[in-house]
Design a protein around this ligand. Sequence first.
Ligand code: G6P
Length: 611
Amino acid sequence: MCGIVGYIGRKQAAPILLDGLSKLEYRGYDSAGMAIYDGTQINIEKSTGRLKVLSELTHDGSTMPGTVGIGHTRWATHGEPSDKNAHPHFNEARSIAVVHNGIIENYMKLKNKLINRGYHFISDTDTEVVAHLLDYYYKKTDGNIIDTITKVMHRVEGSYALGIIFAEHPDKVYALRKDSPLIVGRSDEGNLIASDVPAVLKYTRDVYFIENEEIAVLSEDAIEFFNSDGEPIEKESKTIEWDINAAEKGGYEHFMLKEMYEQPKTVRDTLTPRIKDGKIVIEELGMSEEEIRAINRIHIVACGSAYHTGVTAKYIMEGLARIPVEVDLASEFRYRNPILNKGDLVVIISQSGETADSLAALREAKAQGITTLGIVNVVGSSIAREADRVMYTWAGPEIAVATTKAYSAQLIAHYLLAIYFAQVKGMVTDEEVSEMLTDLKAIPAQIEMLLANKEHIQKIANRYVGAKDVFFIGRGIDYAIGMEGSLKLKEISYVHSEAYAAGELKHGTISLIEEGTLVTAIVTQKELYKKTMSNIVEVRSRGAVVLAVTNEDNTEIEKTADYVIYIPQTNKYFTNSLAIIPLQLFAYYVSVGKGCDVDKPRNLAKSVTVE
Ligand code: G6P
């Protein structure tokens, strides 16, 4: 999704904006641009393509003098990716420049009104409406900017994080947001705005999180905040604890590879603070034992890979704590008028904490008076702030669009929650808890072992670089693992792939199997071995080549499968944490083999802030 940055200070703005935008590349984009005030006027440079193109166009920013500016990476929603649709956008007099992340839903209505008032539009974007609307109110309020901004705020519907500069007020950068992320960084070298923390980390760890319908006004050495009525408000800054290296590639060829290698640490960091004296304690839940015992039903709501961890969690929570669990895609949940009852718990899972549908689902649950728990990675994100309770996954910044370490951390959070609830409800004995803890603590080292096997997987992957279709099959938790394995492959390598519950194959899917089609079978649930084995035999007899991911004691499988990857012994509920590693590596190497842009796959965004 689009990324915005802004800077005002004593240094030249352009290189700082370019650097900030490079830290937001992970969000996904198709064009980029900057608007900088040069002492006399605002200049805009923008172009389709990667940031490299904008850097070349401006000679790394050197052709754009000035110490005040805004920048943008665009992920097209309204209007195709093109130079004219790239941000920033001007008003007609080129005295107001705007960058925007989000969607102005009533832009057509506003555009028609502005056209009737004599405004001319250059682009096909919803954003240009904001530039003209600012112009309209700026004139109407005799140049009162806060009044202008609040008026615009009340007229536009939808989501936005906006960065604005006015040629007539070149000593300020203005920013506001609703439902799209926005932070302000304060530094001795000047002040910054950005869609996300990594863009400012090089300059400061002092950050303000802007809330919905708040306005920030940055000058060289001051930052003021206003509410939607234009009244000044006080805000407290937060110190970001992340290490800047966490947002850099650190010698790895891709962020995805680096993040896969960070999984042992991520698992450890998410696990360790919640184990005390041989028991699981999740203090941040803030729920009494009675409240936990009174939970009737859990609704897990999420998007993408986070949803897949929810599918796994259903099996575990129901298996261990015997609490019924429903898992929903957030985009479905929010519009299906879900039946939520007193005593239900809604769990929203999100790496970014900003996914528009997940945030809307959270608000829907809260509006119905249901307790909400966010399992979130980005500290201080919208979901983290709005959920009644937050359980953080300590994965640190994740940059590659395809999630790996945040996914692994989410799984751990689910295991902890399920064991904790089972513990409180008396569904597991102390001995069982202690055995599970031993298995959990072993996971980081086991992941390391699996990562060390990367060359074996690379060899298999190289054979499938030209694959047309790949299928993933499994039962129970293995089906959930397959869903994630399939998503990883298709999103970064553009190989068509599908995950099926193995028992469902005969109801249509098996007709897709041709001579040489790769079927990845996940076989980690002992009680389901035989059932999935029959499905493997069925697809093989129709010409499929089978890659099996199974437990190390299931060597029998070598007689049937073409390739076998073994995962070390663990509790049956935790196998996802191990089986997913070879599948991540497989997807990674197919993508590398095809020469795809591994970290920034086409059309995708890391943080989907529009619905
Ligand atoms: C995007 C990302 C996925 C992620 C999904 C949900 O599609 O590419 O990796 O799983 O959004 O994002 P969230 O930040 O809510 O976990």
